[in-house]
Design a protein around this ligand. Structure first.
Ligand code: IPE
Ligand code: IPE
Ligand code: MG
Length: 253
């Protein structure tokens, strides 16, 4: 595949975050119901997980269900939870085979018990894997995550474990759900919407944002490679000037 060969393996992001959007519209455009779109979306998940694992990407975070998605019609929410359970059950062997380790971020306790059980089992079964870290954002929102972090910091300060003057960026990050993962360098959103929808607001501070009109069920390996090529053409300046970046590190920013 030509496009794959054009990707510079030394300039890959360590962490890719994706907002998998457009399942419902994709299905509607084909005269099907929204849930059909979610089922097709699972095939994209499988392909993108494999694609990232093959490329040697270390972290992939997928926005699978937001805090706000609980407000969707009950039938759709139930169908999504059922799909989650069935998918984890079906895919866990493949994850093991591909050396993928599963993690979950979000309000875990708000998920149905059966989902929690299935996810806990899959997390345990993949805990010793050393390849791609697959992080599912489930019942997740940044405002929830940041508020929870603030609450825990306040509790630790009240207990005397933490001095308010010692709170800095690093300490704050250690209270987030993503404490053990580096920040994403690349954030992809499918389906043409140009918004973040309460996703990793803190962690995406310096991420490169990539938006594509392709709906999630049609986002497969070639589309992933295209996003990576686009990412590799960008200059990441982190507040500095272009000249500084080119003098300090002409190869890789
Ligand atoms: C993304 O597709 C999947 C979830 C949010 C669970 P949508 O269901 O949001 O599909 P659209 O955006 O309505 O087309
Ligand atoms: C964001 O998509 C959440 C997930 C992909 C899980 P939404 O479809 O819920 O976002 P909005 O409502 O278009 O902002
Ligand atoms: Mg949507």
């Amino acid at each position: 595949m030509d496009i794959l060969q054009s990707i510079d393996r030394n300039k890959l992001p360590k962490h890719i975050a994706i907002i998998m959007d457009g399942n419902g519209r994709w299905a509607k455009e084909r005269g099907k119901d929204r849930v059909y779109g979610h089922h097709e979306g699972v095939l994209s998940v499988r392909e993108i997980v494999n694609g990232c694992a093959e490329l040697g990407i270390s972290y992939l975070t997928l926005y699978a269900f937001s805090t706000e998605n609980w407000n969707r019609p009950k039938e759709e929410v139930n169908a999504l939870m059922e799909l989650l359970v069935n998918t984890i059950r079906k895919e866990v062997d493949e994850l093991k085979k591909n050396n993928v380790r599963l993690h979950v971020i979000g309000d875990f306790a708000s998920l149905p018990e059966i989902c929690q059980k299935e996810l806990n089992e899959a997390k345990e079964l993949t805990a010793s894997n050393t390849g791609l870290n697959l992080i599912l954002a489930l019942s997740y929102s940044s405002r929830w995550e940041i508020t929870e972090a603030a609450k825990k910091i306040a509790q630790d300060a009240a207990k005397g474990i933490l001095k308010p003057e010692d709170i800095n960026d690093t300490v704050f990050q250690s209270y987030l759900n993503t404490a053990s993962f580096p920040d994403p360098e690349l954030m992809i959103r499918t389906s043409g919407e140009h918004r973040i929808s309460n996703y990793l607001l803190y962690q995406l501070a310096y991420a490169e944002l990539y938006f594509t009109p392709v709906h999630w069920p049609e986002f497969r390996k070639p589309q992933l490679y295209e996003a990576l090529l686009n990412y590799q053409q960008r200059e990441r300046r982190f507040g500095k000037t272009s000249e500084q970046i080119q003098t300090n590190n002409p190869q890789h920013v």
